[in-house]
Each structure stands twice: as C-alpha cells, then as structure tokens.
Write a protein that binds this ligand. Structure first.
Ligand code: KG4
Ligand code: ZN
Length: 342
C-alpha cells in the first residue's frame, strides 16, 4: 500500500500550525506562534487568539504545502484538531479543513488534540501500544495508558492548574519573562532548592491526581514576606524561590508517575514504556527524575524532540493517519468541541 500524504491543521490554543506528513516522514511542519500578541495581557486572550488563527491559517497551510513540495491535489486526507481547546480557534481550523476536503474530495478526519500529543511517540520513536503517557503542558496534565489510536485509559490528572500554567504564574509573580517555564528553569540553576519549604500537594492522597495551585499560593506568601522584611527581592531570592518551586513540581510529578507506573505495570507486564509530551517535558530537572525512575523500574523512557512535544500539526496529521487506517473518517457534520475528554 502506498504511503498516504496527509495535511494536518492545529489551532486549538495559541499556535497556528499546518504540516504535511507522508507515512512516518514529516515533509513540513509550520508553527506560527502568537506570543507577542498576548504578552501584554500576561496570558492567552481567546478573542485575540481566534482572530489570529482566522488570519494566519491560510498562510500556515500555504507554507506547509510549499515546503513539502506537495500540491493540494496530491493530498490523500485532511486531518484537523476538532477539540478540546479555545472554541474560536478550533472552529477556524475545522471550517478550513472542511473547505479543503470539499474542494479536493479527500477524506476529512477530526482529531482530538490530546490524542495528537499522546500518539506522538509512535511517530518519533515507533513506540508500540501499550505505553504510559505523561502529558504535561500549559493547559493539560494527565496520565494515560495508550492502548490504541482511540483507546486511552486515564489514570489521573490535575484537579486545578496545569504545571506549565504554574510555571507561567510563578514567572509572573517574580517578574521573569513569559513563557515562564524556561525562565524559571534558568533562574533555578543558580538557586538553592532547600532554602524555601514548598508543599508537595496531594502526595498524602492515594492515586494519580495532582494539584499545582497551592504551590503558587505558597510562592506568593514567601515572596510577600521577603518584600515586607527586606523591602524587595534580591537576585538570589528569585533563584532560590524558582529552585524550590521547580523541585516541588519535579517531586510531585515523579512520585505520581511512580504510582501510575505501578498501575500500568500490573496491567501491562510486556515491554513497559513511559513517554512524555507537552511543553513542560522540556524541563531538565523533570526529565532527569523521570529517567531515573524508569531506570529503576526497567522501563523504556521516550521524550519526543521539543518541537514535537509542544503544539504542532505534524502530530495531528499523524493521529489522523492512524484514525484513517482504523476506518475512522469524519464528514461535513464534524463539530468543533471546546471540551472533549479522551
Ligand atoms: O505544550 P505547550 O507548548 O502548549 C500547551 O500548553 O499546549 O506548553 C507550553 C507550556 C508553558 O506553560 C511553558 O511555560 C511550559 O510549557 N514550558 C516549560 C519549559 N518549557 C516550556 N515548563 C518548565 N520547564 C521548561 N523548560
Ligand atoms: Zn497541546
């Protein structure tokens, strides 16, 4: 069977992305970010994001097709994120995909954004089902046993903030630039993680659920106390607060991953594998802790390259291909869904 050429579209948050995939090969992957549009507001503004997606989707698609050297008539299918996400952006992507599918007569495939992240290790590393996935991004945090392109078992997740969101809020509270993850990580390198005692939320509760909003509250209290006592924050204070915060996130994620691994290994004794995805998977301290954990348990550790860990359209094209192979094609009634649990 010839390898299929699939166009993927992603517009569920603040990246407008298009990619062309042929089989396992990424012919192009264009991501047009919106950081500068939202910077002044300290977070993604849904109205602004929706407008930017509507304005930039055609440009992203054109660039992806030109870079891949594939005319639109040579596409075999169009895959698009149909949720979950900010509804304005998701709608733009779905409408655009429907238009291309109608014009070319090729199949339309609606993809769950989370499934896109969760299936990425199969695209990058050829990982076989089943495997355990830790998805940690600015908007999501969950443990999934990935058993098939549409077969996910959720073991737990955050009950409040996502870890990326917590990194971003921490950066804001300490006057560091956005996105917060990289700037907090950088500041933490010269910090002492033991100076401030951050809580380890939910470790006393059984299961794999997580909570990160308490860390932000703890940080706020420590910051305000320092300001009150010394009239401001010194550079070393910021470094120590970042190191303490990051260590708490690392420890909580590592311990909950240990529990998720236990559940997963009971059900799947075969060739165990843990994969991570999402922007927070870029964090070196977290990666180190997860790698050590996997080594201890004899589990393979997979972390796709960062550009495929964060939001992109290659993962949507890939997930679309898996769905197509399973006979799961959408039609013109495909709806954009703001909420869509796996
Ligand atoms: O997956 P992603 O690009 O977007 C979605 O949320 O879908 O993740 C972005 C998040 C941001 O919150 C950012 O601060 C965080 O990932 N991040 C990091 C690091 N790099 C990015 N968090 C911790 N450490 C990092 N090195
Ligand atoms: Zn995402």
């Amino acid at each position: 069977m010839p390898e299929l050429t699939i166009l993927g579209l992603e517009s569920s948050c603040d990246d407008t992305a298009a990619a062309v995939l042929r089989g396992q090969e990424i012919l192009s992957s264009v991501v047009l970010g919106q950081n500068e549009l939202h910077a002044a507001f300290g977070g993604v503004v849904p109205e602004i994001a929706a407008r930017a997606h509507a304005e930039k989707l055609d440009l992203a698609i054109e660039q992806a097709l030109v870079q891949a050297g594939v005319p639109v008539t040579e596409l075999d299918a169009i895959a698009v994120t149909a949720g979950p996400g900010l509804i304005g952006g998701v709608l733009s992507g779905v409408m655009m995909a429907k238009g291309i599918a109608a014009a070319t007569g090729k199949p339309l495939i609606g993809v769950n954004h989370l499934a896109g992240h969760a299936l990425t290790p199969r695209l990058t590393d050829g990982l076989a089902f089943p495997y355990l996935m830790l998805l940690v991004s600015g908007g999501h945090c969950q443990f999934l046993i990935v058993r098939g392109p549409q077969d996910f078992k959720r073991l737990g997740g955050t009950i409040d903030d996502a870890p990326g969101e917590a990194f971003d809020k921490t950066a804001r509270l300490l006057g560091l630039p956005q996105p917060g993850g990289p700037s907090v990580e950088e500041a933490a390198t010269s910090g002492d993680e033991k100076r401030f005692r951050f809580p380890r939320p939910l470790l006393d509760r059984e299961g794999c659920d997580l909570s990160f909003s308490g860390l932000k509250t703890a940080l706020l209290r420590m910051r305000d106390k320092l300001i009150e006592e010394q009239g401001g924050l010194h550079r070393q204070d910021v470094a120590d607060l970042c190191a303490g915060f990051q260590a708490a996130v690392r420890d909580v994620l590592a311990e909950k991953t240990r529990r998720a691994l236990r559940v997963y290994l009971e059900e799947n004794p075969g060739e165990p594998a843990l994969a991570v995805a999402g922007g927070v998977a870029a964090n070196t301290a977290l990666r180190g802790a997860l790698e050590a954990l996997c080594e201890e348990h004899g589990v393979t550790f997979t972390a796709p390259p960062l550009r495929l860990c964060t939001d992109n359209a290659a993962m949507i094209a890939y997930a679309g291909g898996e769905l197509l192979a399973a006979g799961e094609v959408s039609d013109m009634t495909l709806a954009a869904r703001p909420r869509w649990p796996l």
